[in-house]
Write a protein that binds this ligand. Structure first.
Ligand SMILES: Cc1ncc(COP(=O)(O)O)c(C=O)c1O
Length: 413
């Protein structure tokens, strides 16, 4: 691990205090032109005593704007202290978690997984158009039927045609012959360029796609393709739980990755993460953004620098070993629950390295679903699956009670 180290609260405070000093101080510096300021001091008291011990809240009060991407080109100088912390988060994730070579990737803290997935589709669509002269109707978006609906949003917004790949209904793996048929159909439709969204933890099942299955088949057809990995859910679990993972930048087939710190990392909402190999961000440079210092190459404009600091704090608080232990704990609980379901003959899907259990709806009464807050795969029709996501707050006692209820089909009052 080059960047990922465990730091004490005191060490973190010192680092954040230093970063905030390097940002603009609206009280001390004259800044007549920037349309930004710290949080309203009448509403958010910046002298409150508790702020002294809470560097994250001091950062909220200072309210740094991290507009732009800080891993390439210039950035707004007013917030350079906390931008550096964002750069450290991106370097840590690319290098220590996703096995990229030093300084070989760009990235930024996006609003969420949806934005990060869209950023990828936007980049590759423009890349195909600028580099290969592709027409927009020659670009297809390929992803599995278990993919998050942000793929459908992205296809709609960027006007690329979406192709849905079937999965095996037992293993939830990409159905290789189904993929072959979809690619052939797309090529017959005139598609020559493929953007792939490959999953590292699907929303409903936690299933994981092998990106090499996509690349193998697309290479057979001798077409241009780029693979984006949606790790919004699994990105902070799978690289830790599966040591032999091929879903990282050591795999030349993977070009970019989405993560969501506001899911498994329990960061505040508004902390998606987009990571991409160098050489791609430039395809979405908005030339018109002339008043912003540095290039505007992110889907969202202004964004809170405090979110980057929050992600940095979580990662440094746990350190790599602490994080591994936390994931192990959740996987142990998931494993226990699965073992009990198996004993009771209840059918479910679980990827062995993930903390989601999708249970066939026929075993779940409406009372049990409500009592235990299970999430169905649909809220409009009749559900086929209900899922348990073993997050930090899901304790063994609750799982035990759930198992007692589902195996006896009795819900205590
Ligand atoms: C796999 C996956 N991708 C993308 C998203 C979208 O993330 P967000 O809600 O942060 O935009 C989700 C959200 O549940 C998800 O599970």
């Amino acid at each position: 691990m080059k960047y990922w180290k465990k730091l004490s609260a005191t060490e973190q405070d010192a680092r954040i205090t230093e970063a905030l000093k390097e940002n603009i101080d609206f009280k001390q510096n004259t800044s007549l032109g920037i349309p930004a300021s710290k949080l309203d001091p009448i509403v958010f008291h910046d002298e409150a005593a508790f702020l002294k011990d809470t560097p994250l809240l001091r950062c909220y009060v200072q309210n740094p704007n991290h507009i732009g991407c800080h891993t390439l080109g210039d950035s707004e100088a007013y917030f350079k202290g906390t931008q550096q912390i964002e750069r450290e988060v991106i370097a840590l994730l690319c290098t220590d978690v996703f096995k990229a070579d030093e300084k070989s990737c760009d990235g930024y803290i996006a609003a969420g997984g949806t934005e990060a997935n869209m950023q990828a589709v936007w980049i590759y669509r423009n890349h195909f158009m600028e580099t290969y002269g592709a027409k927009v109707d020659e670009i297809g978006l390929l992803s599995s039927e278990d993919t998050h609906y942000s793929a459908a949003k992205a296809a709609n917004i960027f006007n690329v045609r979406r192709y849905t790949v079937p999965v095996n209904k037992t293993s939830r793996k990409i159905d290789a012959s189904g993929l072959e048929k979809i690619i052939s159909d797309a090529i017959r439709d005139g598609i020559k360029y493929f953007i792939v969204i490959s999953n590292m933890g699907t929303t409903m099942f936690g299933s994981v796609d092998d990106p090499d299955v996509y690349s193998h088949q697309l290479e057979q057809h001798v077409v241009q393709y780029r693979i984006h990995v949606d790790g919004a859910f699994g990105g902070f679990i799978y690289p830790v739980s599966e040591v032999a993972s091929n879903i990282n930048f050591a795999n030349p087939n993977v070009s970019s990755i989405t993560l969501d710190a506001h899911k498994m990392l329990q960061a505040p909402y508004g902390t998606g993460i987009f990571l991409v190999r160098k050489g791609y961000m430039q395809y979405v440079c908005t030339e018109e953004a002339e008043y912003v210092s540095g290039m505007d190459i992110t889907l969202s404009g202004s964004r809170s620098g405090t979110n980057a600091v929050a992600v940095w704090m979580i990662l440094q608080t746990y350190g790599p070993y602490g994080w591994q232990e936390k994931i192990n704990k959740l996987l142990t609980r998931t494993g226990w629950c699965c073992k009990e379901l198996t004993k009771a003959g209840i059918h479910y899907y679980r990827h062995p390295q993930m903390n989601i259990i999708a249970i066939h709806a026929k075993y779940v009464s409406a009372e049990i679903a409500v009592r235990f807050g299970l999430v169905p795969d649909t809220h409009t029709g009749s559900p086929s699956w209900y899922k348990i996501v073993v997050m930090d707050h899901v304790e063994m006692e609750q799982l035990k009670e759930f198992i007692e209820c589902i195996t006896t089909n009795a819900v205590p009052a």
